[in-house]
Design a protein around this ligand. Structure first.
Ligand SMILES: [Zn+2]
Length: 359
């Protein structure tokens, strides 16, 4: 058994050593000795531990694994997050990295090509990347597809880690974004753009955290999704609620994000901003998006899974990773049209300019 993998699996399940001792029936001191590589458990104990941790015994016996460094991850709500929750999310992220490694070894995926924009203000960074990516002043049709086309690996934040909220990281020069796919499509788009902001503007100095960074990533996301010049040209000065809602549909953002952007661009007075926020809250727009669009899904995961399904190899992926199909599904939850483990197949094959070729 590999001690680092025991720790990874334990973190993934959000268990302390004490909890694992209780659940598995293996004494605490023995467990601690296993995890610190002082003793090697006999195989039947590995099987018992695997069962308690809901992984295959092969998972615990795999190659040495390095856990993600919490310092280099852009956690949005770090202050409110307990260490255990944070470790669980990081462990889920680490498992997603293994899924990405596996996919990358078998499919030619888009190479990362994110520009470095660290020296720029968020608003300017958003304008530059819009220009480089040929977006003009138009709404971004699909943020997840755009990220994937530029080499960002997008995964779903496992549902038992949702408290942590979306986050991103760069590992071996590969950017990753983990999205909370429980949120409305509009909020998920904003989250994806927020993480893109971290990846572009904060990549060079990952160990700095704090509120300023979060505000910067939010400003980037707003400017990226609702470009200044185009919004100014929409004639939205002191816009009525109906016009705000029309604008938010045009840009596919939440009504709250639209209102905030209009205020930020001085198109809404403080008074009208507050009045609009109150009216939106009254109509249920504070945390949900009445009449919203369908959430974006991953093109890479959909194509990889479609190809695996065709060959009846989905089980191999789970097996190779030493995980159950349920665990695999959690990392792709709502990012692919169907669950990994069975379910109804989506009749429409994934399309688009992304080409997945088996090397
Ligand atoms: Zn953030």
């Amino acid at each position: 058994m590999t001690p680092s993998r025991l720790r990874l699996a334990r973190h993934r399940r959000g268990m302390t050593l004490t909890t694992l001792a209780r659940v598995s029936g293996v004494p605490l001191r023995t467990l601690s000795a296993y995890e610190n590589a002082h003793h090697m458990p006999p195989w039947p104990t590995v099987v018992t531990l695997a069962a308690a941790l809901d992984v295959r015994p092969e998972f615990l016996a795999g190659d040495e694994v390095d856990l993600l460094d919490p310092d280099v991850v852009s956690f949005r709500k770090l202050s409110r997050t307990t260490a255990g929750r944070r470790d669980a999310a990081l462990a889920a992220g680490r498992i997603a990295v293994e899924i990405a490694d596996w996919m990358q070894a078998r499919f030619r995926l888009p190479a990362p090509d994110l520009p470095t924009l660290e020296k720029h203000e968020p608003e300017t960074a958003a304008e530059i990347v819009r220009q480089r990516w040929d977006l003009g002043e138009r709404p971004v049709p699909n943020v997840v597809h755009l990220l994937e086309a530029h080499g960002v690996r997008v995964f779903s934040l496992a549902e038992d880690c949702r408290e942590v909220d979306a986050f991103s990281l760069i590992r071996d020069d590969r950017p990753f974004a983990f999205l909370n796919t429980d949120r409305s499509a509009e909020r998920q788009r904003f989250d994806a753009a927020h993480e893109l902001g971290h990846l572009l503007v904060h990549a060079g100095t990952p160990r700095v955290h704090g509120r300023d960074r979060e505000a910067e990533a939010n400003r980037f996301a707003a400017a990226f999704l609702m470009p200044r010049r185009a919004v100014l040209a929409q004639g939205l000065r002191e816009a009525t609620l109906d016009r705000v809602l029309a604008a938010k549909r045009h840009w596919t953002v939440s009504a709250m994000a639209m209102t905030h952007r209009l205020h930020e661009l001085r198109l809404l007075s403080d008074w009208n901003y507050r009045t609009t926020c109150v009216a939106l809250a009254r109509d249920g727009y504070r945390s949900t998006e009445p009449g919203g669009v369908r959430p974006e899904v991953s093109q890479v995961a959909a194509k990889v899974l479609a190809s695996l399904r065709e060959r009846g190899e989905v089980g191999q992926l789970a097996e190779h990773l030493g995980l159950g199909l349920d665990e695999l599904s959690r990392h792709l939850f709502r990012l692919v049209p169907t669950a990994v483990a069975g379910g109804v197949d989506d009749p429409t094959p994934p399309r688009g300019r992304l080409q997945l070729v088996r090397p």
